[in-house]
Design a protein. Structure first.
Length: 132
């Protein structure tokens, strides 16, 4: 006996999400996926830098689609975010803060991009066992 299958595609943060429904079960194909690839994460980081290149407002930097995409990758994105910060100081820690729900940036260093980057790298070195 053959079951009828229907496929449905939705877009979440610009990424296609596919589910297949049969007469018996619904399979969420994204749930079977292990997570984003390194290439997808790196592409999203590059997109965020491109999208925010001429922005000075942190609030605006958080509103771009590439920010939401990086956040949607969750903890899987942290190693690549920290790797990027290690290569060049930036405000990419904004994404990390959204993912982990905490922020190691103190008032004393807020605004000093190099010091803020150092704080994120130090935080990750202490916490990375939870994210690898």
């Amino acid at each position: 006996m053959t079951a009828l299958a229907l496929a449905r595609t939705e877009f979440v943060y610009g990424m296609p999400t596919v589910s297949i429904s049969t007469s018996r079960k619904v399979y969420d194909l994204d749930a079977l996926r292990l997570g984003p690839t390194d290439r997808e994460i790196c592409d999203a980081i590059d997109a965020w830098f491109s999208d925010t290149e001429f922005m000075s407002s942190v609030d605006d930097m958080k509103r771009v689609l590439s920010f939401a995409r990086l956040v949607s990758f969750g903890k899987a994105a942290l190693p690549k975010i920290i790797e990027s910060l290690s290569k060049e100081p930036s405000l990419l820690g904004l994404v990390a803060a959204e993912i982990v729900g905490e922020d190691p940036i103190t008032d004393e260093i807020r605004g000093d991009v190099r010091a803020m980057t150092g704080a994120w790298i130090g935080w990750y070195q202490r916490a990375k066992r939870d994210f690898v």
